[in-house]
Design a protein around this ligand. Structure first.
Ligand SMILES: C[S@@+](CC[C@H](N)C(=O)[O-])C[C@H]1O[C@@H](n2cnc3c(N)ncnc32)[C@H](O)[C@@H]1O
Length: 354
């Protein structure tokens, strides 16, 4: 790949300039020996292609500031969050020695990100079960005991990233599927599902790294794991298929369910002038607080080809009305074979009191 990104779906990052290498003495002072330090050349093409000079590139899992180093070389402002204070200090030292500037903050974006703002989110996510030997900082995702807790942590951080990212800004996360104790964890796929629920999915790029290759015994599936994915997402509103959505709303009424339409589709209808403004991203329905009717509607929607989710987690009816306490709405999506989208966000008229 040259200085501009082409449409190749995979590429091999250039070898890093020795100048950018993590200095041996800094590596030696890290509690994990800098084993998870990435490549500057892995990040540079994404910085160049998905941000403009002078803009802010945020890495919520900053590590040794490799992303911020790439941002700085490319004339962007780097902003990073690192949960391990010792490592954050080492990252600052790394940049100082190179005479490069960036803003590295201690802690997690979800709890320390009030003042943050970014034009591009770019990161390599922590790896579950990597045998972290550094400090046991609260919120350190390397130390999550179970995979579900680890995924909840990823969701928490990317949800915060969404909050501080400019409209239309990209969120790009590097991840790979992993094998621990002979058991495969589909970390990249699971991260993609989390990102799917927060951003609009665009593409993935496969990044390949040179590694030794060995022959395999017959029917053994293991690979040398020499690739990872750059998952490319954008903070952008989806646009629903208006005609299919209107047809669906009529069908819901005809099936005997009551609701009140509010939000962007209601406003769009009132304006009565589809050429003005942005098309709605969803149809917001207020439903009566009636558990039986709610479950009946959910079952009906499933029959009509809808997928149900609470903040990206798939759910099946029955779903407890209490879900509004934590999630505010239940999402129902139907994606057609022509690429169309009908999206309902279902909320309750009078949520049960906490
Ligand atoms: C894969 S490493 C990033 C490496 C980085 N790209 C580099 O090349 O230096 C992930 C980093 O996330 C940090 N981390 C883990 N949980 C975190 C959290 N909740 N908030 C912020 N940083 C976290 C880890 O300490 C680790 O330094």
């Amino acid at each position: 790949m040259g200085d501009t990104m082409d449409d190749a779906s995979w590429f091999q990052p250039r070898t890093d300039n020795a100048r950018w290498a993590l200095p041996a003495d800094i590596r030696a002072r890290d509690g994990f020996d800098g084993r998870d330090c990435g490549w500057v050349e892995q990040m540079r093409p994404f910085v160049r292609h998905f941000s403009q000079p002078g803009q802010t590139v945020l890495d919520p899992f900053c590590g040794f500031a490799t992303t911020l180093l790439a941002a700085s070389i490319e004339g962007r402002h780097g902003l990073g969050y690192e949960i391990d204070p010792r490592r954050a200090g080492l990252a600052r030292e790394r940049l100082d020695r190179l005479g490069l500037q960036a803003d590295i903050r201690d802690g997690e974006l979800a709890t320390h990100g009030e003042q943050a703002r970014a034009d591009l989110g770019l990161t390599s996510v922590p790896y579950f079960g990597c045998g972290w030997t550094g400090e046991p900082a609260a919120g350190q995702l390397y130390l999550e005991q179970d995979y579900a807790g680890f995924l909840r942590g990823l969701r928490r951080v990317f949800h915060s990233l969404r909050g501080v990212l400019a409209d239309d800004g990209y969120c790009i996360a590097m991840a790979e599927n992993i094998v621990i104790g002979g058991r495969r964890f589909s970390l990249a796929w699971d991260l993609a599902r989390i990102l799917d629920s927060l951003f609009v999915a665009h593409e993935e790029r496969v990044l390949c790294y040179p590694r030794p290759v060995s022959p395999l015994p017959h029917a053994v599936a293991a690979s040398n794991r020499s690739h990872e994915y750059a998952l490319i997402y954008q903070k952008r509103r989806e646009t629903i298929d208006l005609q299919a959505t209107e047809e669906l709303l009529r069908a819901i009424e005809a099936a005997g369910f009551t609701f009140r339409l509010y939000g962007s589709l209601a406003g769009w209808r009132e304006a009565g002038e589809p050429a003005s403004g942005r098309p709605p991203a969803d149809a917001d329905l207020l439903l009566p607080a009636d558990q039986a009717r709610f479950d009946a509607l959910l079952r009906w929607l499933v029959e009509q080809g809808f997928e149900l989710s609470l903040w990206g987690e798939p759910v099946k009816p029955p779903v407890d009305l209490q879900c509004w306490r934590d999630h505010r709405y239940l999402r129902a999506d139907r994606r057609g074979r022509d690429g169309s989208l009908v999206r309902l966000d279902l909320a309750c008229v009078s949520p049960p009191s906490a």
